[in-house]
Write a protein of this length. Structure first.
Length: 150
């Protein structure tokens, strides 16, 4: 499986159609060398540095959906769960308003992982329950921990 996440930075210097054409060329080249190759295309991630770049990112994502939806060996990693009412979520961005912070990277990785599992027909493991220490703030301070001394 090949995972491609390369479009967000290209927005500064290329038009959306150029980005799609470049990506399609990469996929065509790899598919001709490895016909059984499955590919995950990661959508562009949110950014708030300029409305033009954000809009171009949305155009690229729409073009990706149009070009690759329903293609058997192509799986799309959609990151719309990182938006709030269709706009970038500042809580997921670094101060430069372009790069994702740790929380944003975690969501990005989860979205890509989901696409990989879908492409390989591997069920996702069940969600782990939250840490009990978050639910019980006094854990370790009460009775019943360690030995009882008199």
């Amino acid at each position: 499986m090949l995972v491609l996440h390369s479009l967000t930075t290209d927005l500064k210097t290329k038009q959306p159609t150029q980005c799609i054409d470049r990506l399609f060329h990469i996929i065509s080249e790899t598919s001709s060398k490895w016909p059984l190759l499955k590919c995950v295309i990661s959508f562009t991630t949110q950014r708030r540095d300029s409305i033009t770049n954000f809009t171009n990112a949305q155009i690229i994502n729409a073009l990706l959906k149009q070009k690759f939806s329903g293609v058997d060996n192509i799986f799309l990693a959609d990151h719309t769960n990182m938006l709030v009412n269709g706009n970038p979520n500042d809580n997921l961005l670094c101060e430069d308003k372009i790069h994702l912070n740790d929380k944003g990277i975690s969501i990005l990785a989860s979205n890509i992982k989901r696409a990989i599992h879908t492409g390989l027909h591997i069920p996702l493991p069940p969600a782990r329950p939250r840490s009990r220490s978050r639910q019980r703030p006094n854990r370790g301070r009460g009775l019943g921990r360690g030995r009882d001394y008199e």
